[in-house]
Design a binder for this molecule. Sequence first.
Ligand SMILES: Nc1ncnc2c1ncn2[C@@H]1O[C@H](COP(=O)(O)OP(=O)(O)OP(=O)(O)O)[C@@H](O)[C@H]1O
Ligand SMILES: [Mg+2]
Length: 248
Amino acid sequence: MTVAIEFKNIKKQYRDKTILEKFNLSIEEGEFLTVVGSSGCGKTTLLKMVNALIIPDEGQVLVHGKCTQEANIIDLRRRIGYAIQGSVLFPHMTVEENISYVPNLWNKRDKNKTKTAVKKWMDIVGLDEDLLKRYANELSGGQQQRVGIARALAASPDILLMDEPFGAVDEITRTGLQDEIIRIQKESNITTIFITHDIREALKLGSRVLVMDKGEIQQIGKPDEILSNPANEFVERLIAREVNYLTH
Ligand SMILES: Nc1ncnc2c1ncn2[C@@H]1O[C@H](COP(=O)(O)OP(=O)(O)OP(=O)(O)O)[C@@H](O)[C@H]1O
Ligand SMILES: [Mg+2]
């Protein structure tokens, strides 16, 4: 097994507040890691370290063996798809231009290739072609999120970072998108880190689930390990909510 992403002894603080300390984690190529934990515990901070949007105060993040601080940022980010929390689209670009942004960098001479790719991803995330010429402020929150997901995937990344990507979509669409992302990930074997507030979503999608609280790993394991053998009270409480949901 090859390691795709490695957090080595990470420390990160904002002013005098320490968010992460002595944080260590290895993610293997092809893994689908879901991250669940309380608000403000450092999930987004961790994710942004992978594409060097945040640099740790101490320690290193290695992506395919290379330290993010030493890597060429453009090369690094070109290989990483990022669906941002809250789905931030480029406001001055249409849906089509948003999704085409990265593929266009590659297919400079072959615009049709990009057009076909955009159609494919629009279809996968369940967006109507009518929306192609719309701007972000002419879309609903859930539509914007789906464009954000399509944009992240259209870059054909080998690492996919998703920060609560399904937060603003209704339950039925969400279930469909979950099934779709499982399928895409299985087929393409993209190393994926997926943050969610929803333990059910984390258990459904992840090949491994990381449970965090206050910047610390509470437990990391396969979904069935987490369910059958919660490491502490925090994890137990998270799962209790899940069991409640299933039995009520
Ligand atoms: N630029 C910043 N300056 C100061 N504090 C920050 C900054 N960015 C994040 N924080 C703080 O660091 C902590 C961790 O933030 P982070 O965004 O990683 O949390 P999170 O786990 O993703 O939370 P959520 O589930 O709400 O998205 C929070 O307490 C947040 O307020
Ligand atoms: Mg966050």
